[in-house]
Design a protein. Structure first.
Length: 484
């Protein structure tokens, strides 16, 4: 049915570069004639909300320990009613957000609601379409951390406005195919999860000595590790603490990602450590200003292993990765800890993989100090228990892991590509329909009336910067509470 969609027979020039031509019978309406601004304060007992690109406007408590909760001046926050639209600090990047909950939010945000409830569905899809989001950059004021959308200017801008019956057809059509695409993506994500679990099981068994990779069987003799989560280890594996296999004490970082201005030296941040396979090839890093002394003190070199010592995400704390390649002048941010493995004791790649094994990650996370961020103390990282075979055996284990998971990774990559193509197709379909490039009126007539299902949030697209998602929550917290 989608393949048979055709353009409208007669169109006119909208006069808007982002919109181009629109159907002849569509009108153009100023934003402020379709929306009203809500400025209601004095509701301190309402739940706190967070504006996110992934989920819309939802309760902050859904992020568990990922947000700083305001404790004072709640009466100054703005009231948001369910179904309102919210212009947040990130709207120029991800569109105007839709409120799924009633509550209160930062007074820096603009709260809008449709003057006619019948147009809500069409506007909700238009506001998240790619052409409209690109158009929002024209109305941004401020610099970097203080950027926001100037609603006075945006309110005077024009929006495409189909007849009400046609808006209903557009919403029905997009909802139907959005559900179909999401179901397929959900199945692919489930497959990826199963394959990832299989991959991690192979890695865990190899790096914890449950299997002798040279024979494919368990080792002939084991000994108690003395560590509850690990159990027994091969008898010949050496008992170490992390600090004993490093060539120098671990070091906390200095720089902050939000201080990066796109020039200066390369900066390794938390998001870089989240990459797959626990390896970082520093080809597309943020850049930050640093003095020569700071560069000497916090310099990174290939073979260094980095640990996430503090993160808004509990599951991100304790993650590790080895630096495969980097520029001569590269530094690292304050939420990371640098370890420089002694090459005579441990292969950096083996160390990173063992540190990311389930049991050891659980060991680190269980000792994290959780206030506004989950933070692991430096001495906890330094004293982390390790059981290591010889360098020759470490190399054999790495080769075994590489060979064993190659097919799994190929299947996972293929599934990710299919998901990415589907998401790109959905983005294009929504954009073409809400801007009048495709006529869906006849197609919508043949679609069944479907019950409204609870909307499920998808996993981030492959390559999504997880720290950027965290940054959004941090920015909201900082605006709401005025905290660093």
């Amino acid at each position: 049915m989608i393949a048979n969609l055709k353009p409208y027979s007669t169109c006119k020039d909208s006069g808007l570069p982002w919109l181009g031509k629109v159907p002849e019978h569509w009108s153009l309406r100023r934003t402020k004639t379709l929306l009203r601004e809500r400025v209601e304060k004095g509701f301190p007992d309402e739940p706190l909300l967070a504006a996110t690109q992934m989920k819309g406007v939802v309760r902050k408590e859904q992020f568990e320990n990922r947000t700083v909760l305001a404790q004072k001046d709640l009466h100054l926050l703005k009231l948001v009613r369910m179904g309102d639209f919210v212009i947040s600090l990130r709207s120029f990047q991800g569109g105007i957000e839709y409120a799924r909950e009633q509550g209160i939010i930062s007074p820096a945000y603009t709260i809008l609601y449709p003057s006619d409830t019948r147009i809500h569905g069409f506007l909700a899809r238009l506001f998240k379409s790619k052409p409209y989001i690109e158009n929002l950059t024209l109305y941004v004021t401020g610099i970097r951390q203080g950027q926001n959308i100037d609603y006075e200017k945006l309110g005077r801008s024009a929006l495409p406005f189909p007849p009400l019956l046609e808006q209903s057809a557009i919403v029905k059509f997009l909802d139907h195919y959005d559900r179909k695409i999401k179901k397929y993506i959900k199945a692919k994500l489930k497959l990826i999860k199963l394959l990832e679990e299989q991959k991690q099981s192979i890695i865990h068994r190899a790096v914890t000595g449950q299997i002798d990779v040279r024979t494919g069987n368990p080792y002939p003799a084991y000994k108690p590790s003395g560590v509850e989560w690990l159990g027994e280890v091969p008898e010949h594996w050496a008992n170490n603490r992390l600090k004993s296999v490093l060539s120098r004490p671990i070091r906390n970082g200095l720089f902050k990602k939000k201080e990066s201005f796109g020039s200066g030296v390369s900066l390794i941040n938390v998001a870089d450590i989240y990459r797959e396979n626990f390896q970082v090839e520093t080809t597309t890093l943020d850049r930050v200003q640093a003095t020569p002394e700071e560069i000497r003190t916090y310099q990174v070199q290939p073979g260094d292993v980095f640990f996430v010592r503090s993160s808004l995400k509990l599951e991100g704390t304790g993650r590790s990765a080895v630096i495969i390649d980097c520029e001569p002048e590269t530094v690292f941010e304050c939420h990371l800890v640098q370890g420089r493995p002694n090459p005579r004791r441990v292969d950096p790649r083996f160390l990173a993989i063992q540190l990311n094994s389930f049991g050891l990650r659980h060991h680190l996370i269980s000792r994290a100090n959780i206030v506004t961020m989950a933070t692991i103390a430096q001495d906890v990282i330094s004293s982390c228990p390790l059981f290591l075979p010889s360098l020759t055996e470490q190399s054999a284990i790495l080769d075994f892991i590489g060979d064993s998971i190659a097919k799994l990774e190929a299947t996972i990559d293929r599934a990710h590509r299919e998901i990415s193509l589907l998401r790109e197709y959905r983005i294009r379909l929504i954009a073409d329909v809400v801007t009048g490039k495709l006529d869906v009126r006849e197609a919508a007539k043949n679609l069944p009336d479907e019950p409204i299902e609870p909307e499920e949030t998808e996993a981030p697209e492959e390559g999504t910067d997880e720290l950027a998602i965290e940054d959004e929550i941090v920015d909201n917290a900082e605006v709401d509470e005025g905290t660093e």
